[in-house]
Design a protein around this ligand. Sequence first.
Ligand code: SF4
Ligand code: SF4
Length: 97
Amino acid sequence: MQRQSRNLFDAASIPNDLAPIATVLSPMLPGDWRSMRPVVDRERCVKCAVCWAYCPVQCVVEMPRWFDIDLRACKGCGVCAAECPHRAIAMIEEAGR
Ligand code: SF4
Ligand code: SF4
């Protein structure tokens, strides 16, 4: 009797380079692509923590006498500078980009 059906899917027929997938984890932090960065004026900062509360990626870190920015994670959105009630944060352009 003649065979009526055939295998529709044969994994061995898929070329190896059809859909390459990542095998090595390569984290891309915002610090790699950010165009602006916040700079805290330590004399103006009164440690009110408003910037800490508003930062969407929670990269504002507490220092002994001021709040500073973890620039590895900061995406440069400027929210902290806009919300700081003491105008203690300035956004400056990243150099060399
Ligand atoms: S909001 Fe401004 S004054 Fe308040 S902690 Fe942040 S930088 Fe300092
Ligand atoms: S610029 Fe944006 S991401 Fe960076 S510290 Fe300020 S609020 Fe957070």
